[in-house]
Design a protein around this ligand. Structure first.
Ligand SMILES: [Zn+2]
Ligand SMILES: [Zn+2]
Length: 342
């Protein structure tokens, strides 16, 4: 059994791992319910090509990716700036910024895991352009690109897409990672994430996939059972400076990891996927190393990881699965998507 505390170097916090021997790997288990197949196109989907959205705007007849401003933004250029002054020590601020949607493909039923590696490569270049364009705006201090996937994380439209929140503030996790990696660089002269990758490669048990330019792994300190990272080998503070060769390798690594997650229980694996990139507030972030973090909420088929006393009450995660076992499950999966094997 694994029963120990593991240090999360990017967040500077302990993760309690208490994984007992009777929890055997869940290889071979599949989800009982039939996934009802979605059609290629839905006439009442706000994201399908040519359809009219809730705002009245008509989608282009797009053929690859499609970017547009979110019709229900939680931050936006029109956010009211005349705000009620709160009492005492409280403060508020206009929720200004830009919220966008990026549809991955015109096909209503084609998830990121099922896109061809070259299509993921194209998507990565779209993310590059969005980060540069929005990050260059004076009022934008951070660009958060993320995908919520699956009913269990509350997705309202299953048409595969991600969201962009370009905000005047820096999201908390990025603020923590920026501070921690900046201090590590000034104290050691090294990039923290580089040392993490080196340790993962040295151990090897949690590496899911690697090629010349990218690596995918389930980190030593994972807070969720199937928490997984994809990163370029070379340190780039954001996706913006990656070469076309690095983008190609990264797309291959991301595709490989997503296929394995889907294959695990032969279901479209739900997750929250986020690009962790340096803020765009004009500061120096040489210690920041771009990576994608995938946080799947499921521990087992049909069993969610509930956040409870330790996580919500205390702020530290308690994991009852050993990262080495979960990584072994993913490592043993075929590299072809189950829908293409069938
Ligand atoms: Zn659609
Ligand atoms: Zn991160």
């Amino acid at each position: 059994m694994t029963w120990e505390q593991r240090w999360h170097p990017l967040r500077e916090e302990w993760v309690v791992v208490a994984a007992h021997r009777q929890d055997r790997p869940w290889i071979g288990e599949t989800v009982n319910r039939e996934e009802s197949p979605l059609p290629d196109y839905l006439s009442d989907c706000y994201f399908c090509p040519g359809n009219i959205r809730v705002s009245g705007a008509r989608n282009e007849n797009y053929t690859s990716t499609f970017v547009f401003d979110n019709d229900h933004p939680c931050v936006g250029e029109d956010a009211p700036d005349k705000l009620e002054t709160p009492p005492g020590i409280f403060k508020n601020s206009a929720a200004s910024g830009v919220a966008r949607i990026v549809c991955y493909s015109p096909r209503h039923n084609l998830t990121l895991a099922e896109l061809h590696s070259s299509e993921i490569e194209k998507l990565l270049t779209v993310w590059q352009a969005q980060y540069v364009e929005l990050g260059n705006r004076k009022e934008i201090n951070h660009v958060l690109i993320f995908e919520n996937k699956g009913d269990v994380v509350g997705v309202s439209n299953p048409h595969p897409h991600c969201q962009i929140y370009a905000t005047n503030f820096i999201f908390k996790t990025i603020e923590i990672e920026s501070r921690v990696s900046g201090r590590y660089l000034s104290e050691t002269g090294r990039v923290l994430f580089q040392d993490m990758i080196a340790a993962e490669l040295e151990d090897g048990r949690r590496i899911i996939f690697e090629n010349d330019t990218a690596v995918a792994f389930l980190p030593y300190f994972a807070r969720y059972a199937y928490e997984t990272y994809v990163a370029p080998r070379r340190p780039h503070p954001s996706i913006a400076t990656m070469t076309s060769g690095e983008i190609k390798g990264f797309a291959e690594a991301l595709k490989n990891l997503l296929v394995r997650l889907d294959n695990l229980w032969r279901m479209s694996f739900p997750y929250v996927l986020a690009l962790h990139q340096a803020p765009t507030d004009g500061g120096r972030y040489d210690g920041f190393h771009f990576h994608i973090e995938i946080h799947p909420p499921l521990r087992r088929p049909n069993l969610l990881k509930y956040l409870a006393g330790p996580e919500i009450g205390g702020g530290n995660f308690l994991s009852d699965t050993a990262p080495e076992e979960k990584a072994a499950e993913l490592r043993s999966q075929p590299e072809t998507h189950y829908k293409q094997l069938a």
